[in-house]
Ligand binder design. Structure first.
Ligand code: SF4
Ligand code: SF4
Ligand code: SF4
Length: 306
């Protein structure tokens, strides 16, 4: 009998669901042994049929998200938090930087796509005050970060929960798959807003460009530095950041930059805090980040109640 898979899409961009379709021949292999009973991006199934595996994309931002997630948990045996929004809040977690009224005013009032200024006050799910990862609402059996998760890890995660083999684990950072050399340089200034650098052979940090590779879990096979783009941390925090409460990514990055090119640590830290939507936006909503004594993220973001 084929194993049943059910998926749900909360506050996310649908990119994680598209990445399931992006499995190509691996999807065909899965189809031989599994059956999708719910897949919002491809199927019009409004209910929550029983399934062996549940895959949930997106963070919890609204009452609808919360209820849908609870129904998913009740209808599946194993639930996978799928993608950085589900695991850490992801880009949706940027919502912590604004209160609900500001978000609604921006989207329905002054936003570029707003025409009437009317809010969806009736007939629409109520927006919660904050954004939370799915494990703040229900129990999760497997976490699969990534924005979206890499197809290799999706296929192996599904295979593992169906019992064929253990999921591949890595404790390595994005730096472990990056060929750029960490070399000291003098006279370098902080390049604000830059995501590229002149020398393709050298580490971005030594060229004054902030790269989060050293504080990011390598669940992507590190594509970005290899094609000339600094890592923005879309896989979420590295294991040391997750497990060590005293470690925060801004301190680590600023120290490495200071070591490589002499830029003052305070200048780097202040810039990263100012640009929070860019640096570690993927994990802003997670207690992994906001409970750190060095971050005080939710206090800094206005201590909004959920
Ligand atoms: S993790 Fe990334 S791809 Fe997935 S829903 Fe969130 S923003 Fe979209
Ligand atoms: S910090 Fe970025 S550029 Fe430097 S080694 Fe790590 S991934 Fe490569
Ligand atoms: S290298 Fe960094 S930004 Fe690029 S996919 Fe991996 S974690 Fe995301």
């Amino acid at each position: 009998m084929k194993a049943k898979i059910s998926t749900e899409w909360l506050s996310g961009c649908s990119g994680c669901h598209v990445s399931i379709v992006d499995l190509h021949e691996k999807l065909l292999n899965l189809v031989e042994t599994t059956e999708f009973v719910r897949l919002p991006v491809l199927m019009d199934e409004k209910g929550y049929p029983p399934a062996d595996v549940g895959i949930v994309e997106g963070a919890v931002r609204s009452e609808h998200d919360r209820q849908a997630l609870i129904k998913m948990r009740q209808s599946v045996k194993t639930l996978i938090a799928f993608g950085s929004c589900a695991v850490y809040g992801g880009p949706s977690g940027i919502g912590w930087l604004y209160d609900r009224t500001t978000v609604l005013d921006r989207v329905y009032g002054s936003g570029p796509t707003s025409t009437t200024g009317e809010r969806p006050d009736s007939g629409a799910a109520r927006l919660e005050q904050g954004v939370v990862p799915v494990d703040e609402v229900v129990d999760i059996d497997l976490y699969l970060p990534g924005c979206p998760p890499h197809p290799y890890f999706i296929a192996s995660a599904i295979a593992s929960v169906l019992g064929s083999k253990a999921p591949p684990l890595t404790g390595k950072t994005v730096c472990s798959d990056c060929d750029r050399k960490m070399e000291k340089r003098a006279g370098v200034r902080l390049k604000k807003g830059a995501i590229t650098a002149d020398d393709d052979s050298l580490c971005f940090l030594g060229q004054g460009v902030i790269c989060l590779g050293s504080v990011t879990l390598n669940r992507c096979l590190s594509p970005c530095p290899g094609i000339g783009i600094a890592c923005t941390g879309c896989n979420g925090p590295s294991l040391d950041i997750v497990t060590e409460p005293h470690l925060d990514f801004r301190t680590l990055i600023s120290k490495r930059m200071n070591l490589l090119c002499g830029i003052a640590t305070d200048e780097v830290k202040a810039y990263m805090q100012q640009e929070a939507k860019t640096f570690y936006s993927y994990a802003l909503a997670s207690p992994v980040m906001y409970k750190k004594p060095t971050m005080e993220m939710r206090e800094w973001a206005g201590d909004k109640e959920n």
